[in-house]
Design a protein around this ligand. Sequence first.
Ligand code: ATP
Length: 275
Amino acid sequence: MSLRPASASPAPSSAPGTLSIEGLTVAAGRDGTGPVLVRDLTLEVRRGRVLALVGASGSGKSMTCMAALGTLPPGARTLSGRTRLDGAECAPASLRGRQVATILQNPRSAFNPVRTMRDHALETLAALGLSGPDAEARITAAMAEAGLDEPARILPLHAFEMSGGMLQRMMIALALLAEAPFLFADEPTTDLDLLVQMRILDLLERLVAARGLGVLLVTHDMGVVARLADDVAVLDQGRLVECAPVEEVFQAPRHPVTRMLVEAHLALYGLELAP
Ligand SMILES: Nc1ncnc2c1ncn2[C@@H]1O[C@H](COP(=O)(O)OP(=O)(O)OP(=O)(O)O)[C@@H](O)[C@H]1O
């Protein structure tokens, strides 16, 4: 098992250094009268660090990200909670794009099938008020940073003409266009084959170091956690049950759910937790 060495480059002084989610409670139902899906959750994402949000399927990981950005589906509602940038409260919807970029599990479904990559990139810049004479140069630079070196070939393509790995890189390039200090990555490698997974994780690691991005990484894959995370937050039925540096989580998990996740991961390599 290899754990990631400590990162990180310091945040530029102008951008916020921490994004906090405080006392977040989300319940099902349009009016929030259904079962509680996330309960009184507090997390802090820091620039230059990767916080992995782990837990069983249905434990509330995606709901947490969506509530923090004001993108909950109609079937769920935030009952309480605040988001803050460096301590200053801000509306979740105001974080999207400019402060927090997002990448998702299935990049193919995130792209409009009838629009080209150039259309998507120009749309992203327009939404951020960044279209201008340097738009093409910005797009090419973001693509190069995401490992897409042939913009002239790729920009006219539609999603169906590209591999999953290329699409995930393009999604990362679109996220970089916003120059947001934080990135929410919800299962960013789950649908990719192992080699492509490894390359995307390498890319994310480089971006954290080079840009001082603060990443909230949603995953159920403890291999990805070991590879990329600095800190780990464990959810169980919507509650935060453990939050600790990654080494501590792998070496001495405290909560039964954390133990189970670590044991299942170690078992893949024929290893066991030390008693
Ligand atoms: N659109 C929705 N409306 C209401 N409840 C939902 C909706 N989508 C999911 N849920 C419920 O919210 C709870 C948390 O789901 P969430 O998607 O956040 O879990 P998760 O930890 O991200 O799971 P996974 O790893 O499977 O993606 C689950 O009980 C789920 O059934």
